[in-house]
Design a binder for this molecule. Structure first.
Ligand SMILES: *Cc1c(COP(=O)(O)O)cnc(C)c1O
Length: 391
């Protein structure tokens, strides 16, 4: 009885089209997957390099279960640190070209941890792009800092905030490297220049750039040649890397500090051995098989050009995340549903996840898609797009 309010909440969600019905994958997450019992070209996952089914990663996970068991049964500072955690962190630091790195249970928790730990007083100023990920927003809420949001990529607005914040104890600028809904890039050269001018430090969340941007997938600071000017580099192990987890890479003292104070690190148990081993093998594959990244970008270019040729608006995308802008919630949902019937899975992302009038399908290609998969998908986008009067 006391939970009766949930009926009303749920009706409200349904009325707003925000009630979630989970799609179910049978078998592996792959470029062509079985979703809700139907075989579809999968343009919805973050499996950029098709590592979810890589034989070396699978073998590493199995071997780790045999040697180290299935879990750590503890948080890192108690007895949840195995030698393999430290080995992975050393490997990630080397990959990123930083002194040290620290892994977390997810990209979400590492963002929360960094915002909360580094912005610990109301004299601190956390400055964030308006389109940053939810985990940065929540991290900011859990911090004690004054928070200022600048319009997307607006460097004039960022500078005005920095000027105004000259009296703050600490200033931190936080941005996604690749923005997850539009697939556009943060203007890192401009951001680090402003940061230098106004004595702010910079945190870049490279969840969608790890394995995608920069040399061997080192991320957006590598892509822009500003790695030494970004104090806090966040990566995820959940997207291109194919397993789960997140990490922060930077100076030794940053990692030492977070090891002592970061709440998700201190109060939530550590990554299991199978995941640690999988991620370690993934870094090797990113170094040994650069052709996967080249193929990812070839596929992204081919698919984007195909969509444009059909007459779709792909917005500001500069990466393998390619939105197909529709501008109307009902139309976007109908488009996604009809494509699914035709064997193509592209998720509709609607208000309020994106702004009003910015409703879209979001597509993400993988290095594992064949030309045949992508041409099949393009043909269906054309067919259904015409049917619904979108092109
Ligand atoms: C997905 C995502 C995260 C969260 O990463 P998880 O490892 O899935 O928790 C953080 N930031 C951005 C920009 C993301 O897209």
């Amino acid at each position: 009885m006391l939970l009766n309010f949930l009926d009303e909440e749920i009706s409200q969600l349904k009325a707003e089209g925000r009630f979630v019905k989970l799609r179910v994958v049978t078998g592996m997450q792959a470029p062509v997957s079985v979703v809700d019992g139907k075989t579809v070209v999968n343009l919805t996952s973050n499996n950029y390099l098709d590592l979810t089914e890589h034989p070396k990663l699978k073998a590493a996970a199995k071997a780790a279960v045999d040697s180290n068991g299935v879990g750590t049964a503890a948080v890192r500072p108690i007895i949840g640190t195995m030698d393999m955690h430290l080995a992975l962190e050393a490997k990630l630091a080397k990959f990123k070209g930083t002194e040290a790195a620290l892994t977390f249970q997810s990209g979400f928790t590492v963002n929360v941890a960094c915002c909360q730990s580094l912005m610990s007083s109301d004299k601190d100023l956390l400055i964030s792009d308006e389109l940053n990920h939810a985990s940065i927003i929540d991290g900011g809420r859990l911090s004690k800092a004054v928070r200022k949001i600048y319009p997307h990529k607006d460097m004039k607005a960022l500078e005005a905030i920095l000027k105004e914040g000259a009296g703050a104890r600490r200033r931190m600028i936080v941005t996604d490297g690749v923005f997850s809904m539009d697939g556009d890039l943060a203007p890192l050269p401009e951001i680090v220049a402003l940061a230098e001018k106004y004595a702010a430090f910079v945190m870049v969340d490279d969840a969608h750039a790890s394995g995608v941007m920069g040399k061997n997938g080192r991320g957006t600071p590598s892509h822009f040649g500003v790695s030494d000017k970004v104090e806090i580099q966040i990566g995820t192990l959940s997207k291109a890397v194919g397993a789960v987890g997140g990490y922060v890479a930077g100076e030794r003292r940053l990692i030492d500090y977070l090891t002592s104070v970061a709440r998700p690190f201190t109060f939530s148990s550590s990554l299991p051995p199978s995941v640690v081993a999988t991620c370690s093998a993934a870094v090797d594959v990113m170094l040994d098989e650069p052709e996967r990244i080249a193929k990812l970008w070839d596929n992204a270019r081919h698919f984007k050009e195909g969509l444009k040729k059909l007459g779709f608006d792909t917005g500001a995308s500069e990466t393998p995340i390619t939105p197909v802008l529709i501008g109307d919630t009902k139309k976007a949902q109908a488009f996604s549903a009809r494509l699914f019937e035709e064997g193509v899975f592209a998720l509709a992302i609607c208000f309020p996840i994106v702004g009003r009038g910015k409703d879209r399908l979001r597509t993400i290609v993988s290095s594992g898609h064949t030309a045949k998969d992508l041409d099949f998908a393009l043909e269906k986008f054309g067919k259904v797009g015409r049917e619904l009067g979108l092109i």
